[in-house]
Design a binder for this molecule. Sequence first.
Ligand SMILES: O=C(O)CCC(=O)C(=O)O
Ligand SMILES: [Fe+2]
Length: 431
Amino acid sequence: DDESRSITIVNESGRRVQVHWINPDDGELVPQIEPDLLNGASFDLKSYVGHNFEVRELPAKNTGVCSGEDQTCGVDYFAVNSNHDQVIYIREGASIEHADSRTAATKSAESLLVDCKFAAKTQLEADPQSALSIIDLLSDCVKNGVADEILKANEEISFQEELRKSMGDLMENYTCADMTLNTTEAKRTEYWEGRKVEVMIDRPTAKIHLIENFVTLEECKAVEERAAPNLHDATVEDGRGGSELSEHRKAKQAGIKVDWDMEAEGDLIASLSRRVYDYVNHVLPFGIKENGQEDLMSIQYFGRGLDDEKPDRYMPHCDGDCNGLNFRTGQRMATIVMYCDIPEVGGQTRFRNSNVHVIPKKYAATFFSYIDPVTMKMDSGLTEHSGCPVLVGEKKIVTQWIRLGVDDENSWDSFNSRKEKSATRYILITL
Ligand SMILES: O=C(O)CCC(=O)C(=O)O
Ligand SMILES: [Fe+2]
């Protein structure tokens, strides 16, 4: 959980030491490594923020005494803090140096400043009147140093991200096929209007929530009835503003217009749709309205048996932009997938890059958003997701893709038809 930390303990004291956890209830010393930690050795300790430890030097085996001047054994203490990458260095006389992600960052900031300060001082000594240009010199020096550090960190993040994505890619078919895999454990549980909400991912640009009892049997029936006459093969964007059939997305679908005039009379579809926007507005500070939004979408996957080679499925994709760049007005930034019918085999919703695996639960919903409402930057892949192959039974979901920056005058299709216009031009040129 959020409070657990893995701590590396490195013994550089020149002696054997013993490491004890101090039980806060009775002060009892609980050994963490048996029989002791040899000089030059290290081990990883699983602990929690706030836990206290004692490190004690052990007497030398041959002399029976410790290294201190009066032959006393050195003792020191440390507490697990909330930073990551904590390393406890045990130095001479068992004195402790506690390093972590913050001290490492502070150290590199310090060493950066030392060089800049030196340059500024040299300049000041050469020309004591040049205060202004020294400020420039100093700030340029710091700016360049910080930029270099950020660049290095970002380079590392990109490298790790590539690794994680290629592993997710490789794992997709295995994890979909693994019927023993359960829904991933939540980070924490919340409640929304009496419904249990499991928070799976909570990052500035990416949130994934599972909400129980989001939709009712009656609402599911109402959607299914309205969808039935319009069900057709699902399509994907063809990259030129149009749409096309694809192995990427094999399912039936039908758009469902919400009759907002009927909301006051308690129309089932309108009240479901209202709940969708209420939830989005509960999580995100945009005050989203229904005007100009996409229709609700009924998506239905049909199982044709365990050895179907081309089962209904929805291959990994992002619903909106997931390139880490700025949000574009009128585009999607959140999705709610509601589960009406659950297949017997297959049909999990899977977020491969964040290792969130969801076994659909009847009437539950998966909410995810892919925008940082503060910086307006888009997610860079954590909300990429798929609908695993449906092999036995039927999976019927209702999806709402939620856009930002649409209204009656600028409805969602006006943002897409701009692309379609250029697609028409493209076709004319190729003809
Ligand atoms: O079928 C699923 O579980 C995922 C559906 C989906 O990706 C979508 O509707 O955008
Ligand atoms: Fe999707």
